[in-house]
Design a protein around this ligand. Structure first.
Ligand code: GDP
Ligand code: MN
Length: 381
């Protein structure tokens, strides 16, 4: 579960990491009120579960409460990479001398938490890793031995942070971030940028925190932070139907059975030059009505074509084909649907589709052929 910036900052604040004072606002009037209470210039920040808000126009400085109100009405309702803005975080503006980057994440490969620190903050860490890997200090913490302050000093030294005042503050922040990471059972705690003010004070200007969903039952106070309204309405609907659905930002809808097959379908579509709009995993043994439900969810996003990739094990091809035909009768699907059916009862499924021969259904024999076809149809549709 991803936390919003303001929730992550609340967590940081409770952990003893310095953050700016701020208020949540749901309307331009509330933004004005918040700016009034905070006093002085503020930053109006879109609260969405996606990064790069600054570049997308979701973060604006405001010198007065009236300006905060104006910036708030510009940002509210904005669409930031597929996420509508419904909440704003208004915080006291900071003067920035330097922007650092600090994170701790779970490295599954090493089975250890991994710290990353660089003085090249404010930009994507992937960019730093690609362009100037020597500027990125990385350190694994053995979870059994735990974290020790010398590791924080090593990180500072390796990142090239020489100022003793900065080092002192950073060592404290790194330790506190590790405590927060462990006690919340987080998968990621990222501060980008971690700023140094002209007075030499370090402060978290952004917060990206992801909590392990499987640990949420142990953290009711964090589980409470889940925002059902903003958490995609479709995801909610899919969840209620027992379907795994994930929204992406391309234009091809993907329906498959089984997480592994769905993941490889995404890869093959990407390889064929396409971009998935979403995917829905109907799981094993799905009946026709499940297929109908999945199609309803997939087509609620703006898709230009749909790829049906079914490898029948306990899921039977005939049942899936019936579900698709039923869906085509019950609802209007204007976009082309490419179907690849294999495994149990695949012949039966293909026979049913051939008999009904809906004009927008295209059957392909292999996953690769199906992927190329759907990419081609999405591009020409
Ligand atoms: P992101 O774009 O989603 O990562 O959002 P951030 O919260 O990291 O903000 C993006 C950028 O906006 C930061 O890197 C800063 O350069 C700038 N910014 C954010 N808050 C302030 C502030 O209080 N004062 C100033 N001067 N710039 C800010
Ligand atoms: Mn940021």
């Amino acid at each position: 579960m991803d936390l919003y910036e303001y929730q992550g900052k609340e967590l940081f604040r409770r952990s003893g990491i310095a953050v700016s004072n701020g208020r949540l606002a749901l309307s331009p009037a509330e933004a004005r009120q918040a700016a009034q209470e905070l006093g002085g210039p503020v930053v109006v920040k879109a609260q969405v579960h996606v990064g790069g808000r600054g570049k997308a126009g979701g973060i604006k400085l405001a010198a007065t409460p009236a300006e905060a109100e104006a910036r708030a009405s510009e940002i509210l309702g904005l669409d930031i990479r597929g996420h509508a803005v419904h909440r704003l975080w208004i915080e006291q503006a900071s003067d920035i001398a330097k922007e650092y980057y600090l994170s701790v994440t779970f490295d599954r490969g090493e089975k250890k938490p991994l710290f990353m620190l660089t003085t090249e903050g404010g930009i994507d860490i992937e960019e730093v890793a690609a362009r100037t890997p020597e500027k990125l200090a990385r350190l694994h913490v053995d979870p059994l031995a735990g974290f020790h302050p010398f590791q924080a000093r090593w990180l500072c030294f390796t990142a090239g942070i020489r100022d003793p005042g900065e080092q002192k503050q950073l060592v404290a922040i790194i330790g506190k971030l590790y405590d927060a990471f462990v006690s919340c059972e987080a998968m990621l705690c990222e501060i980008n940028p971690l700023i140094v003010t002209p007075a030499g004070e370090l402060r978290a200007l952004d917060a990206k925190v992801t909590i392990d969903d499987n640990a949420l039952h142990r953290h009711p106070e964090l589980a409470e932070m889940r925002d059902l309204a903003a958490g995609n309405a479709q995801e909610q609907r899919a969840h209620e139907k027992g379907l795994a659905y994930v929204k992406l930002d391309g234009d091809i809808g993907i329906l498959g059975n089984g997480a592994g097959l769905v993941m490889s379908t995404l890869d093959v579509v990407a390889q064929a030059g396409g971009r998935p709009a979403n995917f829905c995993d109907i799981g094993g043994g799905a009946q026709a009505d499940v297929v109908v439900g999945a199609l309803e969810i997939i087509t609620a996003d703006p898709v230009r074509a749909i790829l049906f990739n079914i490898f029948g094990g306990i899921t039977r091809g005939g049942e899936v084909a019936r579900g698709l035909l039923e869906a085509l009768e019950r609802m209007r699907i204007d976009v082309p649907v490419v179907v690849r059916l294999d495994g149990t009862e695949a012949e039966e499924g293909r026979r049913l589709l051939a008999e009904a021969a809906p004009p927008n259904v295209h059957v392909e024999d292999t996953m690769l052929d199906a992927a190329s076809r759907v990419v081609q149809l999405a591009a020409s549709g």
